[in-house]
Design a protein around this ligand. Structure first.
Ligand SMILES: [Zn+2]
Length: 265
């Protein structure tokens, strides 16, 4: 009797342990599968703003082009960890101005101007001037065009341009995400990212997304946002953006935001 009970007990215990192990294995497996799948097979272009001759804004010896490159590399690593394939438009201190010729830029602009006319879109006076030959494309525009072409050539799902903000008053602080007014997907992406950044780098104007017509937003054919991570002119933002912990926290927040965006598609 004793022996039978012991046998029963052992069988039940072994069975229970086996069952629990199987369940926890499946749980861990499905969980990691779930968290990876949202970014897996996604192609994401990260654009570290400015570079080379173009330093962007600067304050207290800190330049925008250096911060954007450092943070973009951490963001890229974080996204890759989640299975995304990431393209950086630059990996060193270069402005990309010599990657597109003036002639090519004029031709791109002519084509876009024609398209704007046909589709009845509002015409940007700068684009019109270049298309009609009354205006020479500014050199920095060649670098911006090069960034767009890289995102398109790699068939990216989204393009994220990383910048920092600057203001004459040191009290201005916090993250802001700019989106393409003509693209609902760009707006959704901006909301998803800004939702994650709000608690990390709070600003004064929640919710912190703004429609804008900067060249890269105006001309990108894929959902694109510009993230102004924080104010280089604000002590807290600047120190946060320069620290390893801050950069990792920013990268985590942006990766979560991008995941949320893809989840909602
Ligand atoms: Zn900038």
């Amino acid at each position: 009797m004793m022996l039978t009970n012991l046998k029963k007990f052992l069988i039940i215990t072994a069975g229970t342990i086996g069952f629990l192990l199987t369940i926890s294995f499946l749980f861990v497996k499905s969980n990691s599968f779930f968290s990876r799948s949202l970014l897996e097979e996604r192609v994401i272009t990260i654009d570290p703003g400015h570079g080379g001759i173009d330093s962007g804004s600067s304050h207290a010896g800190v330049t925008e082009k250096d911060i954007t490159l450092a943070i973009s590399k951490v963001i890229a690593a974080e996204l890759e960890k989640h299975g995304a394939s990431v393209i950086l438009t630059r990996t060193d201190d270069t402005d990309l101005w010599n990657e597109v010729s003036i002639e090519d830029e004029i031709n791109y602009t002519k084509r876009e101007y024609q398209e704007d006319l046909e589709l009845g879109r509002s015409i940007d006076p700068r684009d019109k001037g270049i298309a009609l030959g009354n205006r020479r494309p500014p050199t920095y525009r060649l670098g911006l065009r090069a960034r767009l072409l890289k995102a398109e050539a790699n068939k990216s799902d989204i393009l994220i341009s990383i910048h920092t903000n600057h203001f004459r008053s040191e009290s201005a602080k916090g993250a802001v995400t700019l989106y393409q007014p003509h693209s609902l997907y760009s707006q959704r992406l901006a909301i998803a990212i800004q939702n994650q950044l709000n608690s990390l780098l709070p600003g004064r104007n929640a919710p912190g997304i703004i429609a804008d017509d900067f060249f890269i937003l105006r001309r990108s054919k894929i959902p694109t946002v510009i993230i102004e991570i924080g104010f280089v002119s604000n002590k807290h933002d600047r120190e946060f953006m320069l620290s390893d912990e801050g950069q990792q926290a920013i990268a985590n927040a942006i990766a979560r935001g991008i995941e949320e965006y893809f989840k909602g598609l």
